[in-house]
Design a protein around this ligand. Structure first.
Ligand code: CTP
Length: 424
């Protein structure tokens, strides 16, 4: 049994919402309806009141005789603010039909009537069922508004195509059938996605490096490494999913990109270093997952080196600078810096600990590159996390995105503790 709050806006399809309420109650749910003032031109309050067995409100200023309670609840002994109380008591808020006008108001966060005010204060799953004329639905303004609602975690159902409610109209814009609307409502409750919910890394600026640098020998050849960028990209995705504002410095990565993340492409260690130094000062956390070349050809040729007349070739390499070590002079209190250590076998933990200390890191993610089933191009990984002053943590092997979630979770607690000590 769920408490379904039904918001009805002014469209001809409002009559189908009556049927939705009837079906929902028959299936064991309890329903309260609210209406926009315009919607009563299509279906009056008395119809919804009759079917739901509860008062219907059309304005935030109207006194709710039920005090915001659903039919299965006790009326409170005071008069609460109706739109807050109904939002708190419901399990899901279904806006059906949602007109183009109501959708536009929802996208802009307006609260000018009971239906829109409820959407703004509701911290429960919200389902929006658009129903309107074909041209209004296909208008770029409506399309954009629907995208905005979806990006905020609201379930916007696709309307049906066929005969529309008004005489002679045909196209896309039909309200889904009441039984389909009920199925979508029950699914939304089960998914539990709450729109506008604050995320744990909201407001955090995270810089992530990914991939492997390429150091030119000539204009076609380079000294490179096998890093694919999968781990760094997965860390960036996991942080963005928790609300962080993420910038990725991508060194030669050809993986799909996330629209919520900014990417800056680089190729060499020197390019990566200069971008990281510029971005680091704007960041709260840095995750240095890129495999940065330790050496580069001393004197790369401008054109292509020809093989004719040569029996061999020696390329002189010179050391690049260590990006992480070089950041220590830029670092501000509260910034979290995480490195990666790719090591083979026995030496793994000892070497990772040495890098943690010598590079001044808060955490290092160590992985064993002698294990062929993990690391580099593979989709799986197994890591050990070393945090200054803590015992090593060894989460179970998993996909790179599962491992990325563990890493980001650990960074989240580091950000909290670092932030607290920076404020002291
Ligand atoms: N790193 C860096 N600049 C470099 C090389 C590495 O900032 N020139 C960073 C990597 O991005 C990683 C960490 O340092 O986060 C450790 O990299 P790794 O290659 O494991 O270690 P190295 O410092 O190169 O040391 P070694 O050659 O002994 O493995």
């Amino acid at each position: 049994m769920a408490r379904i709050l039904l918001g009805v806006s002014g469209g001809i399809a409002a009559y189908k919402s009556l049927e939705f309420a009837r079906l929902a109650i028959k299936a064991g749910h309890v329903v309260r309806a609210v209406q926009t003032p315009d919607s009563v031109n299509f279906v009056g309050k008395a119809s919804f009141e009759g079917i739901t067995g509860a008062p219907v409100l059309t304005s935030q200023f109207e006194r709710d005789p039920a005090g915001g309670a659903f039919p299965d609840q006790q009326r409170p002994d005071h008069d609460p603010i109706s739109h807050l109380e109904l939002a708190a008591n419901c399990d899901v808020y279904v806006i059906a039909p949602a007109t183009a006008n109501t959708i536009a108001k929802l996208a802009y966060g307006m609260a000018d009537n009971m239906v829109t005010a409820l959407a703004l204060s509701c911290r429960k799953p919200i389902v929006v069922a658009p129903a309107m004329n074909n041209d209004m639905y296909l208008n770029a303004a409506t399309r954009d508004n629907i995208e905005t609602l979806r990006s905020r975690g609201i379930t916007v159902l696709d309307p049906g195509t066929g005969e529309l409610a008004s005489k002679g109209e045909y196209g896309i814009g039909r309200l889904p059938e009441p039984s389909d609307l009920l199925t979508a409502t029950v699914r939304a409750i089960a998914r539990g996605e709450v729109p506008f919910a604050p995320k744990s890394l909201d407001g955090l600026k995270m810089l992530v490096t990914a991939g492997g640098t390429r150091e030119p020998i000539d204009s076609v050849r380079f000294v490179g490494n096998r890093s694919s960028g999968k781990m760094g990209f997965a860390v960036a995705d996991a942080a963005a999913a928790r609300g962080a504002e993420v910038t990725v410095v991508a060194a030669n990565v050809s993986l799909a990109r996330n629209a919520d993340i900014d990417y800056i492409d680089v190729s060499t260690a020197a390019e990566l270093e200069s971008v990281v130094r510029a971005e680091f000062v704007k960041s709260d956390a840095l995750v240095m997952a890129a495999a940065v070349a330790d050496f580069r050809p001393a004197d790369p040729e401008d054109g292509k080196i020809k093989k004719a007349g040569r029996t061999g070739m020696t390329v002189e390499l010179v050391a690049t600078s260590d990006v992480l070590s070089g950041l220590q002079d830029l670092r501000e209190p509260g910034q979290v810096v995480v490195g990666f250590a790719a090591e083979a076998g026995e030496a793994l933990l000892g070497e990772a600990r040495r890098k943690l200390e010598s590079k001044g890191l808060d955490m290092i993610v160590a992985n064993d590159i002698s294990e062929p089933s993990i690391g580099f191009e593979s989709d799986d990984n197994e890591i050990t996390l070393l945090v200054e002053g803590c015992e090593p943590e060894h989460p179970p092997r998993g996909t790179k995105s599962e491992i990325a979630n563990v890493i980001v979770g650990r960074i989240e607690s580091l950000v909290r503790t670092q932030g607290d000590s920076a404020r002291v």
